[in-house]
Write a protein that binds this ligand. Sequence first.
Ligand code: PGA
Length: 255
Amino acid sequence: MTRKKLIAGNWKMNKTATDAVALAHDIVVALGSQQEVEVVVCPPFTSLEGVGKAIEGSVVKLGAQNMHFEASGAFTGEISAPMLRALFATHVILGHSERRTLFGESDELVNKKVLAALRNQLRPIVCVGESLAEREAGSTLKVIQTQTERALEGVSKELAAGIVIAYEPVWAIGTGKVATTEQAQEVHGFIRGLLTKLMGEGVSQRVRILYGGSMKPANAPELLAQKDIDGGLIGGASLEARSFLELVKAAASVC
Ligand code: PGA
């Protein structure tokens, strides 16, 4: 089963609306009509509309970095799935470790968001990952299992195939410390096996599992060549067109 590689840029809290549109424009021009790799950019909420217009008619897709699980209501400062859909977003990052650790998002909350995204035809990019202390304590796979199972509670098999999982070891995010290919493949293989148990082989073979955590042009080719690594969720290296495009090229070269 060949899964289309996916490279997603998580711009986090970076770029003004003007800078975001400029970056999106550079990416669109450089990518042209390439079809081998699915490319998603996830700017801050304030840039979604501008970036959406800049990528219109191109191969680049639009994602958000978070959302609330309710459709509307008294939730000051929050953004809902229908609002994202109205701006033509197709993807949404959920349960990023920064949301979990800095903003107290629990597995239960992440699950509610996953279900809300799917109800609204948004493709969730669900992040899971262990902290350094958890890795050192030997509990990496247990943590990944719990986070994955809880995020997918109540998701039907039909919809599960469209979910993207991002394995992001917390100790590798923004630190320059990348997981070795063996460490990454071990966890990706484990997630695939878990998905087989939960959803069946047909579904697990279709789910894309991305690696995230200091992925750069220099380390990407080896990571992306692993059998269960289907792309990358890129932070730092997605903020500049040149490095982001090199990552897309690296993914295309292993297709
Ligand atoms: P990084 O971030 O590439 O800067 O490590 C990845 C992420 O947090 O999604």
